[in-house]
Design a protein around this ligand. Structure first.
Ligand code: KG4
Ligand code: ZN
Length: 338
């Protein structure tokens, strides 16, 4: 790698307009995130049309801000990395077109990046990756165990068959009348309560690394409704604690099992739900028992959507000589293994 490789990352797959400049794949020079959460809150979730509109308004300003904070100009940038999918198509399109325009205008190589690869590579901004490794990806749209034998090579060994972990958190939070996004609120309540309510854990088949959270989500909703019908009240803190315990139990057990089977050197935690205090603590406790495996957990600012993680993947693609053409398009169903 050249001494001063500079990659600009652009991320607009959901409700954050984010641009970052990363040096040599690991050093963040700027990481600007314009969040739209306040605009979506009153609808209880992300409204795609509103997301696109905000991205259009913000993207140019966020790009300028990222360059300014990093104290660099377009002429210094070696590659423009952009999330091409998965995500909301209208939202992705804004980032992809902004990236293409900048790449074309300044003759800079264009690098299409998978959003989940980005979440995984957030860890490389914390510590150098060592292979083989396993990443537990837990976000609003994804729950996956990803095995990596080398840079930019991803094999999904387990994934959710229905709701993603974050989605289950958000739906349970909604049932408890908590604001969007609900994950952090459930996390907070869970720490104030006790797991007194017996909730299911979907282990699935003995040898499967897949996940399922819709049964658990329904069990929480049923527990609340049944209590309501009987005129009883359930302490939301205890319900949150019981739900969180069930989610974490399955995530940690399957991650530990896969780490052993695949004999990985590192386990990485990735995605918005990686901000969960209970999950972080449970993984730390589990891997304390396995000193041969290094657990990496990014700081909260790198767990939620950001563009530094996209630039981190872009850096690796750039080094590998991968380039996207100007035909690059938003791909909401992009496959990480392709
Ligand atoms: O990765 P992310 O920022 O966006 C997607 O790519 O989906 O993840 C957002 C998800 C939301 O479902 C949110 O509720 C969840 O991450 N989340 C949490 C916590 N913080 C964010 N879930 C549980 N506990 C948290 N502390
Ligand atoms: Zn994400």
């Amino acid at each position: 790698m050249s001494d001063n490789q500079l990659i600009m990352g652009i991320e607009t797959s959901c409700d954050e307009t984010a641009v970052s400049i990363v040096k040599n794949g690991r050093e963040i020079l700027s990481n600007v995130v314009a969040s739209q959460i306040e605009s979506h809150k009153r609808f209880g979730g992300v409204v795609p049309e509103i997301a696109s509109r905000h991205h259009v308004e913000a993207i140019t300003l966020v790009i300028e801000e990222a360059l300014e904070q990093a104290n660099v100009a377009f002429e210094d940038i070696d590659g423009i990395a952009v999330t091409e999918g998965p995500g909301l198509v209208g939202a992705l399109l804004i980032g992809v077109n902004a990236a293409k325009a900048v790449a074309f205008a300044h003759d800079i190589p264009l690098l299409g990046v998978h959003h989940i690869a980005g979440h995984i590579y957030a860890n490389r901004l914390v510590e150098e990756l060592e292979f083989p490794l396993l990443a537990l990806v837990v976000s609003g749209g994804h729950t996956e165990l990803v095995y990596m034998e080398e840079h930019a090579s991803f094999k999904v060994i387990g994934e959710t068959r229905d709701d993603a972990a974050g989605e289950a958190y958000d739906k349970v939070a909604r049932t408890l009348s908590l604001p969007y996004p609900g994950g952090p609120h459930i996390d907070r309540l869970a720490h104030e309560g006790t797991a007194t309510i017996d909730l299911p854990r979907a282990w699935l088949e003995e040898d499967s690394y897949d996940f399922s959270f819709s049964g658990l989500k329904s069990a929480v909703i049923n527990t609340l409704h049944n209590a309501e019908q009987r005129g009883e009240t359930i302490d939301p803190k205890n319900l949150a604690a019981s739900f969180q315990e069930s989610v974490i139990d399955v995530l940690v057990t399957k991650t530990v099992k896969a780490a052993k089977q695949y004999q990985v050197k590192q386990v990485l935690l990735a995605g918005g739900v990686a901000a969960n205090k209970g999950l972080r603590a449970a993984l730390e406790a589990a891997f304390l028992q396995m000193p041969e495996v290094k657990l990496i957990i990014p700081p909260l600012s790198l767990c939620t959507d950001n563009a530094a993680m996209i630039a981190a993947v872009g850096s690796v693609l750039y080094e590998k000589g991968k380039r996207s053409s100007y035909a690059l398009n938003a791909n909401p169903g992009l496959d990480i293994e392709s």
